[in-house]
Design a protein around this ligand. Structure first.
Ligand code: HEM
Length: 336
């Protein structure tokens, strides 16, 4: 009898142990196979579709932070990671390809009458300082800005995470601080050259002849004052694109300032990105014509002097004005 009772105690103990072990197994292992742990009731996408936004409750004053996800945020991310990269690639690489084709076909625009050896002042020190302040800050802003769009895709795999994050940190600082130098450059450029960039009758003829750029024999000689019609178009595009970049850029640098909401911030980013890549493509064209595209042009922005023959061929009306001005100055000089 005593042994039978002892056996019963062992059996009861073993059953109790099995029960404890069974309870300790993870809950998921006890689920019958028919239950899908990714059940549709917990799918984010369904929540988003139904509620349009996933939002929590918070106790800090910044109510924007209560929103965890909303569809516009996803659209913006697709724009930033996909659409903007394509727009940038097509605009910038497309422009480089066009310039290469144009150069192969046309070559450098030569001086028809050759260099005379006499020079004329084209841009004074202040004009050149302003130009290079704008240009250098633009180039750094361009490179560091493109890092935000293309860096993760192109540089991260090459540089590795450590180097890429150090470079990106410095790039971001440069991007923020140089925006002030660029703004100053653009304001000065606007004030300094606005008077010479209004349309004149000569611009129509210049445009009709395509500035002589498509005449391989270099025979066309459209008239121009200090700036020809092409340069005036570039000037106004630079002024308006810069204005767009400056306004949207400062909105991004001081986010939500003045009560702006998330949607407006996203719009500012989209605008900043699209105008930037188009602006860079435009400046590729400008750099081409100021360097290899036209013989003698770069001198104007390096030491400020251009050959007299260059000035007569490309800006004849300006040379006439300069000559008559200097004659007038000479006439006004008191007799010795
Ligand atoms: C490496 C970069 C650059 C080079 C080599 C360059 C070269 C030149 C040259 C040679 C001129 C004088 C053309 C003439 O005498 O008629 C000029 C003018 C000018 N540049 Fe630049 N530039 C550069 C970048 C920039 C940038 C980034 C901007 C604006 C964001 C800019 C805006 C202008 C404007 C508005 C003019 C006056 C209109 C014109 O000549 O087209 N430049 N540049």
């Amino acid at each position: 009898m005593a042994t039978g009772f002892a056996r019963f105690r062992y059996l009861a103990g073993a059953l109790a142990l099995m029960f404890v072990v069974a309870m300790a197994v993870p809950v998921s292992a006890q689920q019958p196979n028919s239950v899908n742990p990714n059940g549709s009731a917990v799918k984010e996408q369904q929540l988003l579709d139904q509620l349009k936004t996933i939002q929590g409750r918070g106790s800090i004053p910044d109510t924007k932070s209560y929103v965890l996800e909303h569809p516009a945020g996803r659209d913006w991310r697709t724009f930033h990671n996909v659409t903007l990269r394509w727009i940038g690639l097509i605009a910038m690489a497309g422009m480089l390809v066009l310039l290469a084709i144009f150069y192969l076909w046309r070559g450098s625009m030569k001086l028809r009458s050759g260099f005379s050896g006499n020079t004329i002042v084209r841009f004074n020190t202040f004009e050149r300082f302003t130009h290079w302040l704008t240009a250098v800050s633009f180039i750094v802003l361009g490179i560091t800005g493109l890092n935000i769009t293309f860096g993760r895709k192109l540089l991260l795999p090459v540089m590795g995470p450590e180097t890429f994050s150090t470079w990106s940190e410095w790039a971001k600082y440069s991007h923020n601080y140089l925006s002030f130098a660029f703004t100053l450059g653009v304001v000065l450029m606007f004030l300094m050259w606005v008077g010479e960039n209004f349309p004149t009758a000569a611009d129509g003829e210049w445009l009709k002849k395509g500035g002589g750029m498509f005449d391989k024999e270099d025979k066309t000689h459209p008239p121009a004052y200090k700036f020809n019609a092409g340069q005036k178009i570039l000037y106004w595009l630079v002024i308006f694109s810069s204005l767009a970049m400056i306004i949207s850029g400062f909105m991004l640098m001081f986010p939500f300032y003045g009560g702006l909401d998330v949607g407006t911030m996203q719009l500012a980013e989209v605008f900043h990105g699209v105008v930037a890549v188009l602006f860079i493509a435009l400046i590729f064209g400008h750099i081409y014509i100021g360097t290899i595209g036209m013989e003698g042009a770069f001198d104007a922005m390096s030491d400020g002097q251009v050959d007299l023959n260059w000035a007569k061929e490309h800006h004849n009306l300006w040379v006439e004005e300069e000559v008559s001005d200097s004659r007038a100055r000479a006439r006004m000089r008191p007799a010795e």
